[in-house]
Write a protein that binds this ligand. Structure first.
Ligand code: PLP
Length: 386
């Protein structure tokens, strides 16, 4: 199935919907039946038929089909946030006494889920650098049930050799879950490399316009049924039909957006790598990245996120640089139309996040859909003010 077909045709059933080119928004919590028998039939297939919107909604159904196909998976479930998707994937497959091996610096709330929340329920986790596949094997215990991968990692972008880690998991009967938010399914398809479950924060590239919070989980049909009957229906962290409709709209331009950032970001990165006020740029598709060859092997293209360590005397000069940018907005998240910075110095002297392991001169960047020369000019004037 080609990407254009998935995005424009798959799941649309326009003949049932008066030829509507954009799918109708079924803003309805429940669906009614003329006979008991018809109600009985639908109740028996709540995951795939309109009965109650916590289980299935036709607008959400269109989205699920497209996302599963993009990821190369049999099935997809969508959630009210990426964190809800991570939570469902992990919790559905663990019980008290189990052990998890996870990358050292996953998304911060994934860390909290494993370390604190599941820690309370008797699940133990080991956090590893993860770049060397053998490290995954070395950290296995007899009760290891799950490998939590995120390649590239959040903020510092270390990669895992996906097929190699999957092979070790399969040898030991361990389930693999991978957060694929960084790449989007257009640039990396872990399921096709043997990963059991992929999760996304669809608040990022998949929706693409910084107007919603959403999550995606892709896996086999059997695994999806298990998660549906368990965490999905009981915790109920579903995506609303309206947000599903918006995400379908966002997906129409996903290939264009990913193509754009893969061209503009390397230009911005190349500019920063040569600037005297920049100590280091971390971007998986830069030839200076230590795992550049692995990135090229398992990812199709670079995306818009990279990180920078400024050559700064003090926190004040980092803050001067950040405060001087006009075209990069200062905000969390990424994947929308707008370029962003997330300065780690924000976490310093903060009540909630006082334990950052990253240095204060570290800034995560996201290149949005603006022209590269506009962004470079903005960086130039802000770097001059440091
Ligand atoms: C944002 C993000 C999440 C969490 O997603 P939400 O939609 O914010 O809940 C999980 N993983 C990664 C890598 C992220 O960037």
């Amino acid at each position: 199935m080609d990407i254009s077909y998935i995005i424009n045709e798959l799941g649309e059933t326009r003949d049932q919907w008066m030829g509507s080119v954009s799918p109708p928004l079924f803003q309805s919590s429940n669906f009614c039946f003329p006979t008991v028998e018809e109600m009985r039939v639908c109740l028996a297939k709540e995951m795939d038929a309109p009965f109650y919107t916590r289980g299935y909604n036709p607008t959400v159904g269109v989205l699920r089909k497209k996302l599963a196909a993009l990821e190369g998976a049999e099935e997809c479930l969508v959630f009210g946030s990426g964190s809800a998707a991570v939570g469902a994937a992990v919790m559905a497959n663990l019980q008290a006494g189990d052990h998890v091996v996870c990358v050292q610096k996953p998304y911060s709330w994934t860390y909290k889920l494993l370390k604190v929340l599941l820690g309370r329920f008797g699940v133990e986790s080991t956090f590893i650098d993860g770049r060397d596949p053998e490290e995954w094997r070395r950290n296995c215990k007899p009760n290891t049930r799950l490998f939590m991968m995120e390649s590239p990692n959040s903020m510092t972008f270390e990669l895992q050799d996906i097929p190699a880690v999957v092979a070790i998991a399969k040898e030991n009967g361990i389930l693999t879950v991978m957060d694929n938010s960084y790449s989007s399914p257009l640039n990396q398809r872990p399921i096709l490399m043997g990963v059991d479950i992929t999760v996304h924060s669809a608040s990022k590239y998949l929706s693409g316009h910084s107007d919603m919070v959403a999550g995606v989980l892709c896996c086999s049909r059997d695994m999806a049924v298990k998660i549906f009957e368990g965490e999905y229906m009981t915790l109920g962290g579903i995506l609303s039909p309206h947000d599903a409709w918006l995400m379908i709209r966002g997906l129409r331009t996903l290939p264009l957006r990913m193509e754009r950032v893969s061209v503009t970001t390397p230009k911005v990165v190349a500019y920063l790598e040569k600037h005297p006020n920049v100590e280091e740029v971390i971007y998986p598709f830069s030839p200076s990245f230590p795992q550049y060859e692995l990135a090229r092997k398992q990812m199709d293209r670079g995306t818009g996120q990279f990180s920078v360590k400024l050559k700064a005397q003090d926190k004040a000069s980092v803050e001067r640089f950040c405060n001087s940018l006009n075209r990069f907005l200062m905000a969390c998240s990424w994947g929308g139309h707008e370029s962003l910075i997330f300065p780690v110095v924000t976490l310093y002297d903060s009540q909630n996040y006082s334990t950052s392991t990253l240095p204060w001169n570290f800034i995560r960047f996201y290149v949005g859909l603006e022209e590269a020369d506009v962004l470079i000019a903005d960086l130039e004037q802000a770097l001059a003010k440091m």
